[in-house]
Ligand binder design. Structure first.
Ligand code: ATP
Ligand code: MG
Length: 322
C-alpha cells in the first residue's frame, strides 16, 4: 500500500493541492491519501504550526504532497518548511525549469548554508551563521552528478568563491566529486550565472549551488517559462521525499479560486516519477501540454480559467490518454 501524506497548508496551498491530489488519485486509485494539518492557520488556532506528531505522520508516508505555508514576520515563529526539511533530512531541493528552449535542473542544497537557522540578534546588529559542511556539500554534489548522468551530463557549479570562503569550500568539494564521478563540469559565479541563464538558457543542464543562491536562481529562471505558477520542486533525502510548488502561499490571491494549479500538478508528476511511475509522470506532462494548448490557463499566464477549470481539463485529458 502506497501512503501519501497531504499537506495543503495555507493560502493557495488549500486550492492547488486538492487538484494535484485528484490527479494522483485518478492515476493511482490504490494510493492511500491522508491529510496532515500544518502551517500558519494551525498556529493561529493552537500556537503550534507543526507538532512532533505531525512529523511522525510525515515520516510514515511513502511520499509527501505539500502545498505552501505562510511564514508571518513574527519573531517567535520558526519557518515550518525549514523545520520539516531538517527533521526529515531532505537535503536536495530539485527544481526543474522547463519550457520552450529551456530544460534546466537546479539542484539546491537544502539544509545548511545561509538557511542554517543559527541566528541571533543584539542591540545594533543581527547575525545569521552560514554553515557549509563537507558532508552536506558532498551529498548534494553526488545527487547533482547522478541527475546530470540521467540528463545531458553537463554540470555547472554555481558559487561566489571569489568573495566567500565557505563558497570556495563548497565549489572545491563539488569539483572533486564531479571528477570522481566522471561528470563534465564548469564553475560560474552565481551573479553572472543568473544573468547568463536568463540570456542563454540552452547552455545549461544541471546547476548545483548552495541554499540561498539556488532559491534565488530558480525563482529568476521562472521568468523564462511563464512564472512561479508553473514551477514544481522535489525535496529529497535518503529516506523521505516531499513534493511542492516553488511558489508560496500567495496570500494576495488566496481564496479567489484563480491560483494556477500547474506547479502543484507538476509536483505530483515528480512524486510519481520518484515512486517509479515514470509513465504516469509523462502522462501528466502530456495532459498539461494539451490543456495549455487549448488555452485553458489561469490569469497569471494570460488565461481566464479558474483553478478548478484547469484541474478538470487536466483530469479529462488524462482520462483520454490513459
Ligand atoms: P510566501 O510568503 O508563502 O512565500 P509570497 O507572498 O512570497 O508567499 P509567493 O507564493 O511566493 O507569495 O508568490 C509571489 C507572487 O506570485 C504572489 O503574489 C502571486 O500573485 C504570484 N503567484 C505565486 N504562485 C502563484 C500561482 N500558483 N498562481 C498564480 N499566481 C501565483
Ligand atoms: Mg515567496
Amino acid at each position: 500500500m502506497t501512503a501519501i501524506a497531504v499537506v495543503a497548508g495555507d493560502g493557495i496551498g488549500q486550492e492547488v493541492v486538492p487538484v494535484a491530489q485528484e490527479v494522483l488519485a485518478l492515476l493511482h486509485p490504490e494510493y492511500e491519501f491522508y491529510p496532515v494539518e500544518i502551517g500558519y492557520g494551525k498556529w493561529k488556532k493552537t500556537r503550534t504550526a507543526c507538532t512532533p506528531d505531525d512529523i511522525t505522520l510525515l515520516r510514515g508516508a511513502d511520499a509527501i504532497l505539500f502545498g505552501a505555508v505562510t511564514t508571518p514576520p513574527a519573531a517567535d515563529y520558526r519557518s515550518v518548511v525549514l523545520q520539516i526539511r531538517k527533521e526529515l533530512d531532505l537535503y536536495a531541493n530539485l527544481r526543474p525549469v522547463r519550457g520552450e528552449g529551456v530544460d534546466i535542473m537546479v539542484v539546491r542544497e537544502n539544509t545548511e548554508g545561509l538557511y542554517s537557522g543559527i541566528e541571533w540578534q543584539e542591540e545594533d546588529r543581527a547575525s545569521t551563521l552560514r554553515v557549509i559542511t563537507r558532508k552536506g556539500s558532498e551529498r548534494i554534489a553526488r545527487t547533482a552528478c547522478r541527475i546530470a548522468r540521467e540528463r545531458r551530463n553537463l554540470l555547472t557549479i554555481g558559487n561566489k568563491a571569489n568573495v566567500i570562503k565557505s563558497d570556495a569550500f563548497f565549489r572545491d568539494i563539488c569539483i572533486r566529486t564531479a571528477e570522481e564521478e566522471g561528470v563534465p563540469y564548469t564553475t560560474a559565479f552565481i551573479d553572472a550565472l543568473t544573468l547568463d541563464v536568463l540570456m542563454h538558457p540552452g547552455r545549461y543542464d544541471v546547476i548545483v549551488t548552495t541554499n540561498i543562491f539556488g532559491d534565488i536562481l530558480s525563482d529568476a529562471a521562472a521568468y523564462l517559462v511563464g512564472g512561479l505558477g508553473l514551477l514544481p520542486s522535489a525535496n529529497i533525502g535518503d529516506s523521505h521525499a516531499l513534493f511542492e510548488p516553488v511558489h508560496g502561499s500567495a496570500p494576495d490571491i488566496a481564496g479567489q479560486g484563480i491560483a494556477n494549479p500547474v506547479a502543484a500538478i507538476r509536483s505530483a508528476a515528480m512524486l510519481l516519477a520518484h515512486l517509479g511511475d515514470t509513465r504516469g509522470a509523462a502522462l501528466i506532462d502530456n495532459a498539461l501540454r494539451l490543456t495549455a494548448a487549448k488555452g485553458i490557463t489561469t490569469p497569471d499566464t494570460g488565461g481566464t480559467a479558474s483553478t478548478r477549470e484547469v484541474g478538470d481539463a487536466v483530469c479529462t485529458a488524462i482520462r483520454r490518454l490513459m
